[in-house]
Design a binder for this molecule. Structure first.
Ligand SMILES: C[S@@+](CC[C@H](N)C(=O)[O-])C[C@H]1O[C@@H](n2cnc3c(N)ncnc32)[C@H](O)[C@@H]1O
Length: 221
């Protein structure tokens, strides 16, 4: 992927003041071809390639008019949406600040806050045809707690999608290994024509993340 050939085995020389896990993270970043490619292509995150790859497989983005980007920061996914569908209007939300992006309304707030869904709905000039969620809860290192917290975000995103999407719309969300739990899966299957799981190549092999892709929203029931 790198034009100058693979740059394997770069090591962080000065570990001073860094924890072992931050050294590992830094080394992984330095040696990651997607990180290099993101720099070359002007994407703010390597995560951009996960959406590009999901789009290659599921044809999600072409012609999208109104898109919601849950967990938008730093903005890679929204950049990809705008590149494929330059006229799409996007509303994004994140706990963290996101640098401005043309055509994108950004809320710096917690999606789990009571007033967040209404803020997103009001910022769009109609129902979204695509709801994306790349949200991940900050991990605390306790497997079950981390799983529950991330699945809570996915579930909230799924309900938002079901309550707001226009007929024919799609919902894409990051989930953890094991996919979506039974209840969530049955919610999605009730409301969408197809529900699939995928692990795009850009998603690190060692990570437990997967994506659920629900397409063909059946409309209010
Ligand atoms: C993997 S990053 C998203 C990367 C993004 N898709 C991109 O391409 O640039 C996940 C984001 O989810 C956000 N997040 C986690 N919990 C959230 C919440 N409750 N409300 C809003 N954003 C949240 C985090 O702050 C983080 O920025």
């Amino acid at each position: 992927m790198s034009r100058s050939g693979p740059d394997l085995g770069k090591r962080v020389k000065t570990a001073k003041g860094r924890t072992a896990s931050s050294v590992r993270w830094l080394e992984r970043q330095l040696n990651d071809p997607y990180v290099k490619q993101a720099k070359a292509d002007g994407y703010r995150s390597r995560a951009a390639y996960k959406l590009i790859e999901l789009d290659e497989k599921f044809r999600l983005l072409r012609g999208a008019k109104r898109v919601v980007d849950l967990g938008i920061a730093p903005g890679g996914w929204s950049q990809v949406v705008r590149k494929v569908s330059p006229k799409a209007s996007i509303v994004g939300i994140d706990l963290l600040p996101t640098e401005p992006l043309e055509g994108v309304t950004i809320f710096e707030m917690d999606f789990m806050a009571e007033d967040a869904p209404a803020a997103l709905e009001q910022a769009l000039d109609g129902p979204p045809d695509l709801v994306l969620s790349d949200m991940a809860a900050n991990t605390v290192g306790h497997k079950q707690t981390d799983h529950l917290r991330t699945m809570g975000l996915v579930e909230a995103g799924a309900w938002f999608a079901v309550e707001n999407l226009s007929p024919g719309g799609a919902f894409v969300a990051k989930v953890l290994a094991g996919g979506t739990d039974t209840e969530l899966l049955s919610l999605l299957k009730r409301h969408f024509t197809t529900v699939k799981h995928a692990k795009p190549p850009a998603s690190r092999k060692g990570s437990s993340e997967w994506y659920v892709v629900a397409q063909g929203f059946k409309g209010p029931q």
